[in-house]
Design a protein around this ligand. Structure first.
Ligand code: SME
Length: 160
């Protein structure tokens, strides 16, 4: 596995994702432990994309439970259908929230969080976990983030 990430100096978000994603694939290749892999994926995303908060919530029975993450401490459990994460789980789709204050039922783990994207990963057709990314800037996520982070989720699915 790579010991150091090559981080594009470019301010172009797509270029940074394009350089990062193959490195994420390499980072997890040959390592079977999912906690180790999710930890490094969260760190690689935070380090490269400078997100305010990035982490995994893993489906355990009838709740999402906090998994490996980078950023301030966060809520540990989220119910099905609750908040952005629980809604992504329920609706089995990526959700982009330009302004968290306008999302009914948003769960505010930090008042600094202003916009958010949540993406599900599937195992046998069911949501196994979600990736939650928060920004301290309004309207910070667009189709570039959605497409790139969905590629990351396809890598994550291969680990499940
Ligand atoms: N805002 C999320 C909760 C998780 S924290 O943001 C890390 C939600 O509404 O599901």
């Amino acid at each position: 596995m790579a010991e150091e990430l090559i981080i594009a100096a470019s301010t172009n978000k797509k270029e940074r994702y394009d350089i990062l994603i193959p490195q994420i694939e390499l980072l997890v290749t040959g390592e079977p432990d999912i906690i180790a892999n999710f930890s490094n994926i969260a760190a690689a995303l935070k380090q490269t994309m400078n997100f305010f908060w990035v982490g995994f919530y893993i489906v355990k029975h009838d709740q999402l439970v906090l998994g490996p993450f980078q950023g301030p401490i966060a809520c540990t459990r989220i119910n099905f259908g609750k908040g952005v994460c629980g809604t992504s789980w329920k609706e089995k789709k990526t959700i982009v929230v330009p302004n968290v204050d306008e999302f009914p039922g948003h769960i505010a783990c930090s008042s600094a969080s202003k916009s958010e994207i949540v993406l599900p990963a599937f195992k046998n057709g069911e949501v196994a976990l979600v990736l939650d990314v928060d920004s301290n800037v309004l309207n910070d996520f667009d189709d570039t983030d959605r497409e790139a982070l969905e590629k990351v989720m396809r890598i994550v699915e291969k680990l499940l």
